[in-house]
Design a protein around this ligand. Structure first.
Ligand code: CA
Length: 147
């Protein structure tokens, strides 16, 4: 059994992609979700490394946000680029983390991810409102595996 492939059903994955699409209609920010089986690194440093490996630091306004989940470690991290990190306070990241944790503890992983996307997009929308010439700079698909 491959836990990476079974973590979310195809339908759940599509709901996440839709949540990203909806969020990005209101902001120039970019949100991605990455799943990995396990990591031996501290979760926040791994999230940061995956962020860079996915080239999420290439957005024009430095406003990419990564939700990274290490399934077997039962841990997740949220990493936001410099542009957004300069604008929001630590409460924002804590709020997003808490809402995800709440659902994850109940085993509701898809809901936790979708609610995390919504929470992150509130801040993105506030500080980086959508612009008419906005481009979808990063894929909305859930990415998986080692990078
Ligand atoms: Ca995108």
């Amino acid at each position: 059994m491959n836990s990476l492939e079974n973590f979310l059903s195809t339908d759940e994955e599509q709901e996440i992609v839709s949540a990203i699409l909806m969020a990005e209609k209101k902001t120039t920010g970019e949100i991605r979700v990455h799943l990995e089986c396990r990591t031996s690194e501290p979760i926040d440093s791994r999230a940061k490394n995956v962020f860079h490996a996915l080239k999420m630091d290439n957005t024009k306004l430095e406003n990419g946000v990564l939700i990274y989940i290490a399934i077997e470690n039962k841990k997740f991290g949220i990493y936001g680029d410099r542009g957004i990190d300069k604008k929001v306070n630590s409460n924002f990241w804590n709020k997003t983390r808490d809402v995800m944790q709440y659902h994850f503890e109940a085993g509701a992983f898809k809901t936790g991810i979708v609610e995390g996307i919504k929470s992150a997009s509130e801040a993105l929308e506030k500080f980086f409102p959508w612009e008419t010439n906005d481009k979808d700079e990063l894929s909305n698909e859930v990415s998986k595996g080692e990078l």
